[in-house]
Design a protein around this ligand. Structure first.
Ligand SMILES: CC(C)(COP(=O)(O)OP(=O)(O)OC[C@H]1O[C@@H](n2cnc3c(N)ncnc32)[C@H](O)[C@@H]1OP(=O)(O)O)[C@@H](O)C(=O)NCCC(=O)NCCS
Length: 260
């Protein structure tokens, strides 16, 4: 790690941060298989449509249930990292549903209607069916596991290697430890070496359309609070990690694990 930030602060995202969040995610994920032609085949040729799709996607995050949109800022207040966490599986923990004011519910409904319009009228170059299949990639065995899911962790290239990713992850670890829940995520190829450093265990691989055409097969990780180590994961005789009581089926029951 190069010189870490001395004055890093974490704060919730506000709607004023939207443009910066989109810029950071674009910069961080450019070159990632999740943002590339496999999931967004017309991204370059129809860039304006892609930007509209992305903007809508991030606006939905502000009104997502049981979620935390957490940013990292440097001493001058400049955004240097983005994370998005969402509770999954079973009953949400107390206090995690603070986004759902009446205003948020209305905004959510309007955004969903806009999503239908985008899909059927406004954004013909976006392959919504493929994105749905991509978002649905997840191992069946964690469907029912109460957990916090990290669906975005993005640090812009010039701020990478300075401890920002670690600081955002640590926030999630503290939250998960306090709630007695594990943390799940699906990693891009770029993140595969990163998460194990923090104790995440790879327990499955999911692929888009059987990986035949698109070359997307993503590692799925789970982190257990140290005091609860072994509650959800077990190591088999080959050294592979499995979710306790889980099968190996890759098929998704419901969607929404991925950020793209
Ligand atoms: C992967 C990412 C989140 C890491 O964040 P970061 O702020 O650069 O990481 P940190 O500075 O906190 O690094 C912590 C440690 O992980 C290491 N590390 C960072 N990125 C790594 C990677 N991609 N693979 C392996 N190790 C990595 C650092 O060298 C450091 O190790 P050290 O403590 O032994 O020196 C960031 O580089 C990023 O946003 N990348 C592009 C988007 C992406 O791939 N997101 C995650 C995948 S879904």
């Amino acid at each position: 790690m190069t010189a870490p930030f001395s004055n890093l602060t974490l704060r919730p995202a506000t709607r004023r941060d939207l443009a910066d969040i989109i810029d950071i995610c674009e910069a961080s994920f450019t070159g990632s298989e999740f943002y590339g032609p496999a999931v967004h085949p017309n991204r370059k040729e129809f860039h304006a449509q892609h930007v509209k799709f992305e903007t809508h996607k991030y606006r939905l995050r502000f009104v997502a249930e049981n979620s935390r949109f957490l940013l990292a800022c440097d001493a001058a207040g400049k955004l240097v990292g983005v994370s998005f966490w969402q509770f999954r599986g079973g009953n949400p923990p107390t206090g995690w549903d603070t986004n759902q004011s009446i205003g948020s519910k209305i905004e959510n409904a309007l955004l969903k209607a806009e999503g239908v319009y985008n899909e059927h009228v406004a954004l013909p170059a976006v392959d919504f069916a493929r994105i749905r299949r991509f978002k649905g990639m997840k191992p069946k065995e964690i469907d029912a596991v109460r957990r916090i899911h990290l669906s975005i962790l993005a640090i812009p290239p010039r701020y990478q290697g300075k401890g920002v990713g670690t600081a955002l992850l640590q926030w999630g670890f503290d939250e998960a430890t306090g709630l007695g829940l594990p943390v799940s995520l699906i990693s891009s190829k770029a993140g595969r070496g990163f998460y194990p450093k923090f104790g995440f265990k790879k327990f499955a691989v999911v692929s888009l359309d059987g990986d035949k055409e698109y070359g997307i097969n993503s590692a799925v990780f789970l982190w257990e609070p140290p005091a609860l180590s072994g509650q959800w994961l077990v190591e088999d005789r080959t050294g592979a990690w499995r979710v306790k009581g889980g099968g190996r089926d890759e098929k998704a029951k419901d969607g929404g694990e991925h950020s793209s």
